[in-house]
Ligand binder design. Structure first.
Ligand code: G3P
Length: 213
């Protein structure tokens, strides 16, 4: 399974990239707003840090297919590794179909059931982003969605890649890997949580003390 980092914070991206574990970045309008920076400026800076797929999302106020296509072309022009994130709507699928014919990569987002993922793949999406954490947040087992999409895509040899999004914990990562997802996009906080284990800390402390004898 590949790892992307889910943030628009360039320092977090640099730290995760330096660890050698990520090969892409996903952002969304909320993550961009959190940085208080110009969208194009921050996406451009991110492309100088990671040369893998960088997802930049169309504005939530851009709802008609022709406007999504126009904005997507602008976003894609920022750099050759840009992937345009588009919410799963009827107009969004029309835009994905057109953009895929132009060779512009798309990441269809805000996916909460397997039929949305299947339709996005049929429209030509490069990636689909099912949000498992937000399902967990309302007491629905988000991992079931990942397993369903993974099984359906395997049944029909669908090349669209599954980016498990809305990751809340290290457990989510292990479950997504077991479910056969292609990618997990992980907040920096969860990346650091994955590395921590009390027995690792205890073992390092013992080795440190023993090495001082
Ligand atoms: O960026 C898409 C997704 O990962 C957002 O997750 O934490 O806002 O549910 P979250």
């Amino acid at each position: 399974m590949k790892f992307f980092i889910d943030t628009a914070n360039v320092e977090e991206i640099r730290k995760a990239n330096d660890m050698g574990i990520i090969c892409g970045v996903t952002t969304n309008p909320s993550l961009i707003a959190k940085e208080g920076r110009d969208f194009k400026e921050v996406i451009k800076e991110i492309t100088t840090i990671v040369d893998g797929p960088i997802s930049g999302e169309v504005k939530a106020t851009t709802t008609k297919a022709e406007d999504i296509i126009k904005e997507a072309r602008e976003i894609a022009s920022i750099n050759s590794n840009i992937v345009v994130k588009i919410p799963i709507t009827e107009e969004g699928l029309k835009a994905v179909k057109a953009l895929s014919k132009e060779g512009i990569k798309t990441n269809v987002t805000l996916i909460f059931n397997s039929t949305q993922a299947l339709f996005a793949a049929k429209a030509g999406a490069t990636y689909v982003s099912p949000f498992l954490g937000r399902l967990d947040d309302i007491a629905l087992p988000g991992i079931n969605l990942i397993e369903e999409i993974s099984e359906i895509f395997n049944n029909y040899d669908i090349n669209t890649e599954i980016i498990c999004a809305s990751i809340r914990s290290p457990l989510h990562i292990a479950e997504c890997a077991l479910a056969g997802a292609d990618i997990a996009t992980v907040p920096y906080k969860v990346i650091t949580q994955c590395l921590k284990h009390p027995l690792t800390d205890i073992g390092i402390e013992k080795f440190r003390k023993d090495s001082e004898q």
